[in-house]
Design a protein around this ligand. Structure first.
Ligand code: NAP
Length: 132
């Protein structure tokens, strides 16, 4: 079975994005993201993929609204053995959440503004956005 993991950095109130980018400057977390995802297949939403660009050492799979199952099946077929990292943003996390078996979350000590929020990790969890 393909190993699907979620990776995110989340502010104190669930913030994840601001004006199409990360709300903070955290080089250490970017290094962590790289170390975790190297060798894997990284699924990113259209907006995130546009902002991030190429990721050396990883297969970047942009999500353009297609069926998540079809994307996971395609990665399993074309890149067997690679861990699949669901790397955001919010829309992408939400669409792939039911396939995720492991979540790697960095809690960032950030209390500033955001316009994109982490969706709930499991059914019944309080939505971060509602908790603002
Ligand atoms: N903190 C973290 O760990 C982390 C990780 C990743 C991203 N982020 C942040 O999350 C934010 C982005 O998240 P998001 O939920 O807005 O988007 P996203 O999940 O990155 O991308 C999905 C969105 O892209 C748009 N899209 C899809 N196909 C498109 C196409 N062909 N042409 C134009 N637009 C298309 C759609 O927008 P519409 O629904 O409007 O059509 C869709 O909802 C950014 O600020 C990013 O920096 C944070």
């Amino acid at each position: 079975m393909i190993d699907v993991r979620l990776i995110a950095a989340v502010g104190r109130r669930g913030q994840i994005g601001l004006a199409g980018r990360l709300p903070w400057h955290e080089p250490e977390d970017l290094a962590w993201f790289k170390a975790q995802t190297l060798g894997g297949a990284v699924v990113m939403g259209f907006r995130t993929a546009h902002a991030v660009g190429a990721l050396p050492g990883r297969v970047v799979v942009p999500w353009l609204g297609d069926d998540p199952q079809a994307i996971i099946d395609r990665i399993a077929r074309e890149h067997p053995g690679r861990i699949v990292w669901i790397a955001g943003g919010a829309k992408t996390y939400a669409h792939f959440m039911s396939y995720v078996r492991r979540a790697v979350i960095t809690l960032v000590d950030y209390d500033g503004p955001a316009d994109v929020w982490m969706p709930p990790l499991w059914e019944g969890a309080q939505c971060w956005e509602d908790a603002r």
